[in-house]
Design a protein around this ligand. Sequence first.
Ligand SMILES: [Zn+2]
Length: 190
Amino acid sequence: MHDLTIVIPVKDPPDLQRFVRENLEVLSASKKVVIDSGRGEQLGRLPNALLFQRQVPMWEARRIGYEEVRTPFTLNLDADTILPNGYVLDSLNALRKNSCDAVAIDYDPPQGHYAFGTSIWRTELLKKLYDYPPKAVEKLIKVGEREWVTAFQNGFCECMYMWARLIRSRAKLETLGYKATHLKKPCSFR
Ligand SMILES: [Zn+2]
């Protein structure tokens, strides 16, 4: 998939071997930008991968990744996610036909909203819209290794924020009936 780049932020992944094994078809077919904030260096050894090792929050990792994307389409792929067969090809077909600007799917079991951490975008739009976290939640308090608490904690997350940005920009969101598998709790980064 020469027109797709996969941006993978990784920090203490639950099962990197399984992530690589079960996503191998997609991972082998496209360029990858890996932003490693802990225990993700193995992904940088995949063919056609660019590795950055930076201790940064997830949103900063995504931004570093997006800056390196030169293809028309970008796949957000968190390192704790197994993609369902067919999702990437069907999404690219929709994007190439110009019938949408991004394609979202949910997880199994459902997390109740479409995931940003597993989503495919028109790169130009993604770069333009991605400005997470919003000002109102810039005050983050770290509690433990990976958990952040904000005043918006209940029902607010990066996914909801980005879909709202997309809809407000009048871009078109496609949702396909696929479900990705999560290797840890869904939407763990808010
Ligand atoms: Zn979410």
